[in-house]
Write a protein that binds this ligand. Structure first.
Ligand code: SF4
Length: 586
């Protein structure tokens, strides 16, 4: 399988769009950026339905069919070249937004979001949204992350000292964006970090984030004490040059906060946080990321690298949630956010971690207040610690809750969380579960058009359009295979039931029959009986009278007999329940 030579990886065939989304086509909406005349081609996925209609879904899958060694098309090349030619000194999206300029990136993101580009611009200028867009990641399809927009999802990938290769990491990225990941963090800590990241960025249609301290630590062979600001700075520049769109930097973790974690059940669980804390303690010096924050901002401003200010002291258990250490760091995150904005650097704030559901709202309230409504970016949170193997679910429950409260970016968790390095299938499971969380949050937030997808699915479900149900689902292949398990074959893809309740217990089928019956009666001029005609005594205002219960019983029995007669169910059969079961041939 994977070759050892990092400069010449042996890639497997990428998953095909058509295989993942049968009956979908990749389409583009063309929109002209008036100030420059650039024609932007904004992707979406059209799901074709059997009733002749279609549903258009947000699409993150990126350009298809490009060999990984060549990379995907560089759609931002001209946009960035124009700014360079003009000699723009600060090319951050926030800076342009504050100047009243709607960039190509803003227009692109607004178009795929279905909102006014001016809303994207004003939210960027305010710092309440970001469009991560390193000027060196010219392959990227811009996306806006902010509380007024669709809730976005981030997938973490990356190798470790114990596993994975460049091929597998590129494959995981392709798999993540195919299923709907809006951003991706390459958290590699193993071999060939630079080369792995290069292949990932050149093939990624979504913004790429990193935690640069991981690579810095690799450069000193894992010896935390040997880390230095100079080495860290060199790593930031190296990654910015490659095109990393946002850095997670744990600059809010300060020396005096480390003792706050002494009585925790699970101490410091953030990898980056533990590295910075150990360095602070071993040198008895303040965190170099904090003391050199202005220099970090200058690097970020030069390339337009967004900052995802890390939560190095996030709780790693329900027990430690919302403690002094966590909130002390969050307050510093707020100070760092304002300083970044002063230089036009785009910012997100990272948040927990592990939090019981009832304490999620206070996390959002504090972040909004202390960090001036910068986009919140949370890992889950996991809402119970007792389900290893299912933490994509325990965390998606928390993610849905915190997303509904306006958290802009939800970092997925895979089933392997707390257990091992995720593989391609784990990545897919994490992405799908988090797509559910994001969409549920969008319904709760009242995002325009979000309910349309649910309505399309519900209509297909009620009309027993099974093919459309599969194709409208987040994971059509799995939905179809589950139906196939008990009802395979084309003829059963139009059946008016499934194997859950069977043909006679299918509530939707019975409802359709009831509707048909009511329609027939109305067409025949038979009016619906009044409650009194139906054996129900009322007190004149529609409320039940004294003998109501008995009379309801009598009335229901009468209606039942009427129904059975219409449905041709023999009395003897119906009394023993035969009317709702189908005869089974043994
Ligand atoms: S049989 Fe039951 S689960 Fe299946 S479609 Fe009908 S109501 Fe739904």
């Amino acid at each position: 399988m994977p070759k050892v030579d990092p400069s010449n990886p042996d890639f497997r065939r990428a998953p095909l769009f058509q295989e993942c989304f049968p009956s979908s086509t990749k389409e583009y909406k063309e929109v002209v950026h008036q100030p420059t005349g650039s024609v932007l081609r904004v992707p979406f996925r059209r799901i074709h339905l059997t009733d002749g209609t279609f549903y258009d879904a947000y699409d993150t899958s990126g350009p298809q069919g490009h060999p990984p060694k060549e990379g995907i098309p560089k759609i931002r090349a001209d946009w960035v070249a124009r700014r360079e030619a003009r000699g723009d000194t600060n090319q951050t999206q926030m800076t342009y937004a504050r100047q009243g300029i709607i960039t190509e990136e803003m227009l692109f993101a607004a178009t795929r979001e279905g909102v006014d580009p001016e809303l994207v611009r004003s939210e960027l200028a305010r710092g309440r949204a970001i469009v991560p867009a390193n000027k060196r990641h010219i392959e990227m399809e811009p996306v806006v992350v902010g509380r007024l927009f669709r809730t976005k999802l981030n997938a973490n990938t990356g190798n470790s000292a114990l596993g994975s290769s460049i091929e597998e990491e590129v494959e995981k990225m392709q798999w993540a964006v195919m299923w709907g990941s809006d951003t991706l963090m390459d958290l590699s800590t193993g071999k060939n970090i630079h080369e792995t990241r290069e292949f990932v960025i050149r093939n990624s249609p979504v913004p790429i984030g990193t935690v640069p301290i991981y690579q810095a630590l690799e450069k000193v062979y894992g010896k935390v004490e040997d880390l230095s600001w100079d080495l860290f700075k060199e790593t930031l520049v190296e990654q910015a040059e490659q095109g990393v769109d946002y850095f997670t930097i744990h600059a809010g973790l300060l020396l005096h906060m480390v003792p706050y974690t002494i009585n925790r059940l699970t101490g410091i669980v953030s990898r980056g946080g533990s590295i910075h804390a150990k360095w602070c303690l071993s040198h008895h010096q303040e965190n170099f990321a904090y003391t050199h924050w202005e220099e970090i901002l200058d690097i970020c401003a030069k390339y337009d690298v967004g900052l995802s200010i890390g939560d190095g002291l996030r709780p790693g258990s329900q027990h430690d949630a919302c403690d002094k250490a966590q909130f002390a760091e969050l307050k510093v995150q707020g100070d760092l956010t304002r300083r970044a904005w002063a230089k036009g650097v785009q910012v997100m704030n990272e948040g927990p971690g592990h939090v019981p559901i009832h304490r999620i709202p206070e996390n959002v309230t504090k972040q909004l207040e202390w960090c001036d409504e910068a986009p919140f970016y949370t890992l889950g949170p996991v809402v119970t610690d007792i389900a290893p193997g299912y933490d994509h679910i325990t965390s998606a429950i928390g993610a849905t809750t915190i997303g509904a409260l306006g958290t802009a970016l939800l970092c997925y968790v895979t089933p392997k969380e707390h257990l091992g390095l995720p593989n391609r299938d784990d990545v897919k499971a994490g992405v799908i579960v988090y797509k559910i969380a994001c969409h549920a949050a969008d319904l709760a937030k009242g995002i325009a058009g979000a309910m349309d997808w649910d309505d399309a699915m519900s209509k297909a479900r009620f009309e027993f359009r099974w093919e459309d149900q599969f194709n409208l689902s987040l994971d059509p292949v799995t939905a179809r295979s589950m139906h196939d398990e008990t009802l395979p074959g084309p003829s059963l893809k139009v059946a008016h039931f499934c194997s859950m309740c069977g043909p006679k217990f299918c509530a939707m089928k019975v409802t359709q029959e009831l509707r048909e019956l009511a329609k027939q009666q109305l067409e025949a001029g038979i009016p619906l009986p009044t409650p009194e005609e139906n054996g129900v005594k009322t007190n004149g205002n529609g409320q039940g009278g004294k003998d109501v219960e008995d009379l309801i019983h009598t009335g229901m029995a009468a209606k039942s007999a009427q129904f059975k007669a219409v449905m041709n169910i023999a009395p003897a059969e119906s009394e023993v329940g035969g009317g709702v079961y189908v005869n089974v041939q043994h």
